[in-house]
Design a protein around this ligand. Structure first.
Ligand SMILES: N[C@@H](CCC(=O)N[C@@H](CS)C(=O)NCC(=O)O)C(=O)O
Length: 219
């Protein structure tokens, strides 16, 4: 049974799952959620009332949450690039960094972007300022961590890098990573050069006009 991924090429969490699939050349069918009245969107809503994506369907199994999709792929459809170490303590470091990127890079980044989509009267300036402060704190912490790491959890590309790639990509568009955070900027560049993520970035190019803050002319 072919894997089906309900996702949108421009969505950061979708890219997190796509990077895992591309890392291992795992065959799948993309059920793109682009466009109004999309049957894939109705199917998603029926499967997962939260309507958050990506969602992976493997036969009669439905897996939601991008981190769980990556872990599931590593268990059920492993390839040459293992995304979770077999050693439980090493796996804990990977999961901890994965949580860091979801909670302290992606969540504040999305707060800033989603706020821009609201009618002006419903905007939350205080919340947006808090989110920007959180991004600054997260960049500073990550800069010290990445001083002696090639990838998020050490020498090997992992689940944590699958999320870091799109989240730092959009975080820099949303709240630029200052030149003083040279380790974070260098890590972001390494992620952009990784073929799995470079492919996801290329496939998302046609949708850059969707970025509510205006996509910069780079990357
Ligand atoms: N916790 C979810 C978050 C997924 C998420 O926020 N996806 C966004 C796209 S990047 C989405 O579904 N947006 C549509 C919506 O919020 O209605 C995960 O890890 O997969």
């Amino acid at each position: 049974m072919t894997l089906q991924l309900y996702a949108h090429p421009f969505s950061s969490y979708s890219q997190k799952a796509l990077v895992a699939l591309y890392e291992n050349g795992t065959p799948f069918v993309m059920r793109s959620l682009d466009g109004p009245d999309n049957p894939a969107m109705r199917e998603l809503a029926a499967m997962w009332p939260m309507r958050k994506f990506p969602v992976l369907v493997d036969g009669n199994r439905t897996i939601f949450e991008a981190s769980c999709i990556v872990e599931y792929l590593d268990l059920a459809h492993p390839g040459p690039s293992r995304l979770l170490p077999g050693d439980a303590r090493e796996a804990l470091e990977v999961r901890m960094m994965d949580r860091f990127f979801d909670n302290y890079i992606s969540t504040p980044q999305q707060k800033v972007v989603v706020d821009r989509l609201r009618p002006e009267a419903d905007r939350d300036d205080f919340g947006v300022s808090e989110a920007r402060r959180m991004l600054e704190t997260a960049y500073a912490w990550l800069d010290t961590v990445m001083a002696d790491r090639q990838w998020a959890a050490g020498d090997r590309f992992s689940l944590a890098d699958c999320g870091a790639a799109p989240f730092l990509f959009y975080a820099d568009w949303t709240h630029p990573i200052a030149a003083s955070f040279a380790n974070v900027r260098a890590y972001r560049q390494r992620l952009l050069a990784r073929p799995s993520f470079a492919r996801a970035v290329d496939e998302a190019r046609p949708y850059r006009h969707y970025f509510p803050l205006g996509a910069p002319d780079r990357d």
